[in-house]
Design a protein around this ligand. Structure first.
Ligand SMILES: Nc1ncnc2c1ncn2[C@@H]1O[C@H](COP(=O)(O)OP(=O)(O)O)[C@@H](O)[C@H]1O
Ligand SMILES: [Mg+2]
Length: 305
């Protein structure tokens, strides 16, 4: 019986989502006969080391965001030589820093929205590209800090002068629809369309609150676009050197008809893992239940070297 430490919580803005993911994954593992325990990860490293003693066979990484998704906790687990789920140090760090990830994607020939890094001061000085555009902090997640600036937006100028983030990625706003693709090892499982229910700003609430959005699985798009979305996502996972499960976010511009054009936004190396999260939804459609998914992740846990 494998002993699994489920790492959850953390200190990022996604702490609460992570606590839910962690508890649900631990429960699924216990139901499969694993000796799974949860560890609420804080910045107290001594406490973490104590909780990892005696050493578990596998660490299930249910953390999101800063500390848990950016190579930090992965480095600790490499140091301890505890095999862990999801991506390793480098893939995690690169995926989390949006401009770095975009450089890797561009080198792999993947389709991206035009954009560049803009500092706070430059943001405050005036529009850096024609509207509509999107401003996002380079290293947040779950749409935290994402601001869509539309042509008729009169409050942006003032907001930009008090913008909380120093380094930002500003991108052309891609109209159309929102897709997300789950990748499991060497296979893209499927593409799901997320349709926000009543908001034009696709924010944190719309994404995670019950009833905030509708999940359409499989995404009701042209077959060629569907296949292309899977290929882009698998290539993105490989280009970053991801391990285990990842989830790619894409925009699908079908405003000029179908099949439309796809744009890769990002790869999430630590996607949400509650039974109603996107990856489990997609996996279920591919015939892989939540428990089977979590079991696969544990059995495929590894260290970088
Ligand atoms: N260039 C873009 N065009 C249109 N919408 C975008 C663009 N970039 C981001 N968005 C919207 O903001 C959301 C969050 O952006 P994303 O790049 O996935 O960062 P994160 O999820 O890490 O906050 C996307 O799911 C999408 O709805
Ligand atoms: Mg995203």
């Amino acid at each position: 019986m494998k002993r699994v430490a489920v790492l959850m919580g953390g200190w990022s803005s996604e702490r609460e989502v992570s606590l839910v993911s962690g508890r649900d994954c631990a429960a699924a593992l216990v139901s499969e006969g694993y000796d799974a325990r949860t560890i609420d990860v804080t910045r107290d490293l001594d406490a973490l080391l104590a909780a990892l003693t005696p050493r578990p066979d596998v660490a299930f990484n249910a953390l999101h965001g800063t500390g848990g998704e950016d190579g930090t906790i992965q480095g600790v687990l490499e140091f301890l030589r505890i095999p862990y789920t999801h991506s390793g140090v480098l893939a995690s760090a690169v995926a989390m820093h949006k401009p770095s990830a975009k450089a890797v994607f561009a080198a792999a020939g993947l389709p991206l929205a035009e954009g560049r890094v803009v500092r706070r001061q430059e943001l405050a000085a005036g529009d850096v590209m024609p509207r509509p555009f999107v401003v996002k902090p380079v290293a947040e997640g779950s749409s935290v800090g994402v601001r869509i600036v539309r042509p008729d937006d009169n409050s942006w100028g003032e907001e930009a002068r008090h913008w909380a983030y120093e380094e930002n990625l500003v991108e052309r706003y891609v109209p159309g629809r929102e897709l997300t693709v789950a990748v499991m090892g060497d296979r893209a499982l499927g593409a799901l369309e997320i349709r926000p229910n009543n908001t034009t700003l696709y924010d944190y609430t719309a994404k995670y609150a019950p009833g905030g959005s509708t999940h359409l699985m499989p995404a009701p798009i042209h077959r060629r676009a569907y296949e292309e979305a899977l290929a882009i996502s698998l290539n993105a996972h490989r280009a970053l050197g991801c391990r285990g499960v990842s989830r790619a976010d894409l925009r699908y511009d079908d405003t000029a008809g179908e099949p439309g054009r796809l744009y890769l936004l990002e790869v999430n190396t630590q996607p949400g893992m509650t039974p109603t999260s996107l990856v489990p939804d997609i996996a279920r459609y591919a015939g892989i239940g939540f428990t089977e998914l979590v079991r696969w992740m544990v059995e495929n846990a590894a260290c970088d070297s």
